[in-house]
Design a protein around this ligand. Structure first.
Ligand SMILES: [Ca+2]
Length: 353
């Protein structure tokens, strides 16, 4: 596979990308109280979730939206596993299913510099396993996701847990427009990359979310955000649902329990035939579990992590400096082990009500 040298393009194209977004129409503080409603449930923590809503993202959204201790301030959608419109509709469907009023914003329709590679072959044509759900016709909140991200973080400076479940395009653009947000986020939990000793799922060394927009990932990892990285290795290790575990979840019997299982229909086939797992795995939900309950990450290490944006061979790799050979200060808390039992318990609790 060959690709053009995107490095030379990056700086001059970024301004062009920003102008294409029409961002001058959306200033900070333009979101009205009515578009930023939250459920007044006494939730103690504020989440901002960025998602390319496919079938595992939906389960992660359910976990956050149904958690009584979490207030989801906004859901921002980015193109990735799904084209932007499908991801947007899937997020809106899931939000409504959870009877939440969290605003859902349409975000970037493509990576910063590269073409979009969607993953209908993994999650089904509609992203939810093609089981016949009515996934069209819902209306997102007005305005673009990128200024919404900036607005929410500034509005709740020092209070936001940012959870990213897709390529990092929206977050990178927000950081370029307002770099100060990096210091105002309490935690930034990223599902992406590969931590210690794992394998990639789109190349031998790269995980999809980082590989899909490596320039954006590089911006995010170099931004100063307090990053906690939950790599695909953690999903393979602790979030695989074999037929028995799948039945335990579905047998809870609620509409949400059935939804969380049934939409994995395409992913299950992909997992069995391509990734050679015992069943479907849920990378976004285990990242969300760590966001909701940090102690689910049972072993973590602070490391300097770089993103490869230049090599055809290792493009999008999260290069973890395990021995400190670069001499650079750690920028990432890399999750090394997670509790499968407590993740599954948290998931069960979220669909039980
Ligand atoms: Ca995702």
């Amino acid at each position: 596979m060959t690709s053009p040298n995107y490095t030379d393009l990056s700086r001059r194209n970024l301004l062009h990308v920003l102008s294409l977004l029409g961002l001058t129409a959306f200033g900070r503080g333009t979101l009205s109280a009515s578009t930023l409603r939250t459920d007044d449930t006494g939730a103690t923590r504020r989440f901002l979730i960025d998602t390319d809503t496919a079938s595992d993202d939906a389960v992660a959204l359910v976990m956050a939206l149904r958690n009584p201790g979490v207030s989801v301030e906004a859901i921002t959608v980015v193109a990735g596993n799904m084209p932007i419109e499908k991801g947007l509709q899937n997020a809106l469907y899931t939000r409504d299913l959870c009877q939440s009023h969290a605003p859902v914003y349409r975000g970037s329709a493509a990576p910063l510099l590269r073409p979009l590679h969607t993953a209908e072959y993994v999650h089904g044509n509609d992203g939810f396993g093609d089981i016949g759900l009515p996934l069209t016709g819902r209306t997102p909140a007005p305005g673009h996701a990128v200024p919404a991200i900036i607005d929410v973080i500034n509005r709740h400076a020092g209070e936001i847990t940012l959870v990213t479940l897709g390529p990092l395009t929206n977050i990178a653009l927000a950081l370029k427009l307002d770099p100060s947000i990096a210091q105002k986020v309490t935690r930034c939990v990223i599902m992406g990359g590969v931590g210690f000793g794992g394998v990639g799922n789109v190349t031998p060394v790269a995980e999809y979310n980082i590989w899909e927009d490596p320039e954006a990932a590089k911006i995010v990892f170099e931004s100063g955000l307090p990053i906690e990285m939950v790599g695909w290795d953690i999903s393979v290790e602790s979030a695989v649902f074999d037929p028995q575990e799948t039945a335990r979840l579905r047998d809870i019997g609620t509409p949400l329990a059935k939804f969380c299982v049934d939409i994995q229909k395409s992913l299950t086939q992909f997992a069995l035939t391509r990734t050679k797992l015992a069943g479907f795995d849920l990378p976004d939900p285990i990242a969300m579990a760590v966001a909701i309950d940090p102690s689910i990450a049972t072993k973590t290490e602070r490391r300097y992590v770089q993103i490869d944006t230049q090599s055809d061979l290792t493009l999008g790799q999260t290069v973890v400096d395990q021995l400190g050979v670069t001499g650079k200060p750690a920028n990432t808390t890399v999750v090394k082990e997670a509790s499968r039992e407590r993740f599954i318990q948290l998931l069960h609790d979220s669909v039980r009500a």
